[in-house]
Design a protein around this ligand. Sequence first.
Ligand code: TXD
Length: 319
Amino acid sequence: MARKKIALIGSGMIGGTLAHLAAKKEMGDIVLFDIAEGMPQGKALDLAQCGPIEGFDAKISGTNDYADIAGADVVIVTAGVPRKPGMSRDDLLGINLKVMKSVGEGIKNHAPDAFVICITNPLDAMVWALREFSGLPHNKVVGMAGVLDSARFATFLAWEFGVSVKDVNAFVLGGHGDTMVPVTSYTTISGIPVDDLIKMGKSSKEAMDAIVQRTRSGGGEIVGLLKTGSAYYAPATSAIAMAEAYLGDQKRILPCAAHLSGQYGVDGLYVGVPAMIGADGIEEVIEIALNDEEKGNLKVSVDAVKELLEACKAIDSSL
Ligand code: TXD
């Protein structure tokens, strides 16, 4: 059986990391695409030379021509510009919306059967716009944010409780922004709800609130430290988990920016919700029961996403 094909649209900090992770895992052949001449080709050659050391067989190529992504099974989109200190994710909207238009065309023309994972910020708006521009089915276009935000939440919780990260199952819903909704009522450590651990005196509500806030500003914290760009190791790792769930028909339930058609009272938007990923892409959106505070927080997050989409429509009348 021929190897799967993974196309990476955007070969920058996340794109290069995606390629390295996908190669190490032998997920398939990899095509790095970028508009920067030479850079995808150079990274592809460099990564290919890891093969004899790591022992992976994968054809890794770089290109500036969308025709080379033809037949991709998975397309992961990081094309655009990242934040600099002082910038919000929303500040990227004008520039990255135009990028999504060209990427959407490329995917429509050359890889219409792919499962598309969008990473470009502002994520909730860019994944929606990418789906509109590409015309792919809604279940085959998804945004990566919740896996990353949940991983940040889980990391901070593991540090707070002094436990293995392996035993923390954290859930973050809503938009990938300051209004994201870390859901402590569905967050467990070895199946023990975090709220119960607080009642046992293992931590405090104040500590939890601080962790929720640190999770919300997790991206900005790294941008402030790096100064030249934003996070890329954990974002790439998150998108690879989603791609593996698709390629392996794993039926994983992951927090994803998925298209809602009435779930959670939302229609026609992409918002971070628990979604099952398998061979058909987003196979199901899981509607979990939220308490009143969580419902209120999700509504704030959904309203913020709606504002972003209005901004997109104001820029591009085709949307
Ligand atoms: O959780 C999340 N979704 C976020 C997303 C986590 C971290 C970073 N987030 C966003 O991903 C970030 O705000 C950016 O919008 C993207 C990509 O971040 P990255 O750090 O990889 O940015 P780079 O290193 O600048 O890479 C972007 C590449 C760069 O090589 C450009 O030449 C290329 O995108 N680019 C394009 N490629 C194709 N087509 C067009 N039009 C284009 N414009 C720029």
